[in-house]
Design a protein around this ligand. Sequence first.
Ligand SMILES: C[S@@+](CC[C@H](N)C(=O)[O-])C[C@H]1O[C@@H](n2cnc3c(N)ncnc32)[C@H](O)[C@@H]1O
Length: 248
Amino acid sequence: MRSCATPSPELYARARRLPAEALDVWEHAIRDLLPPGPSIRRVLDLGCGTARFSALLREIYGVPVVGVDPSLRMLAQRGQSVDGLARFVAAHAEALPLDSASVDLVFLSMVYHHLRADDAVAEIARVLGAGGRVIVRNPTRETAGAFEYMRFFPEALALDLERMPARAALVAAFEARGLAGRSHRIVMHPFATSYAEYFTKVSARALSSLQAISDEPLARGLAAFERHCRRAADQAIYEQVEMFLFSR
Ligand SMILES: C[S@@+](CC[C@H](N)C(=O)[O-])C[C@H]1O[C@@H](n2cnc3c(N)ncnc32)[C@H](O)[C@@H]1O
């Protein structure tokens, strides 16, 4: 597995919670990319973490959802209400405790860059049934530098450019396992409603690239970023997040 510092599960759950507007954007984006239909009977939310997307997947597709994540601490931060909507299992993507051909859709949000891609994609291909689909929601090397805050943290940017997959390499990893790329799009994710909120969210250090850098460049970057946020006109901040759809 690729190593990188990650925020504590408690911090992740608090600071990366999806507000109603973001849930709305993602509901529309997912429905548009892959509308619900009778061929989707079971969904795997792989690397589900605190289950930010598990209930939404259940709502969109109306079928059983299983969330898999190796971190018991991340799983423990899921809201209790999601337990009635999905089942959760602690496991790694590279060794899924699921039967072959037992799911119709695998959803991966912000997890691909944590995986040993060859092994994980082989497992995804194994558990997917005929006609199965995969949605990957992740930044790539091409968009990692587009996050506005990143220009204040060059060390974090360098790390992201190294650990994020190149777009073509991500597509090639799935195609090598018989999963053809069907669609790719960039969704504007509402990250903050104002520059004041933007600063609060970034300075909470709930983003793994900011966890990974040392305190000195972090403090320097935060000071410059705070000046930038104070000067900026008040407006909402959107981040580019990529979505890929693959199918057999
Ligand atoms: C940034 S979080 C994303 C969580 C969730 N999908 C979301 O969008 O909120 C990354 C998650 O990947 C999980 N993860 C790390 N290595 C993994 C692996 N080998 N297999 C499955 N999940 C893994 C971590 O435990 C963590 O919960």
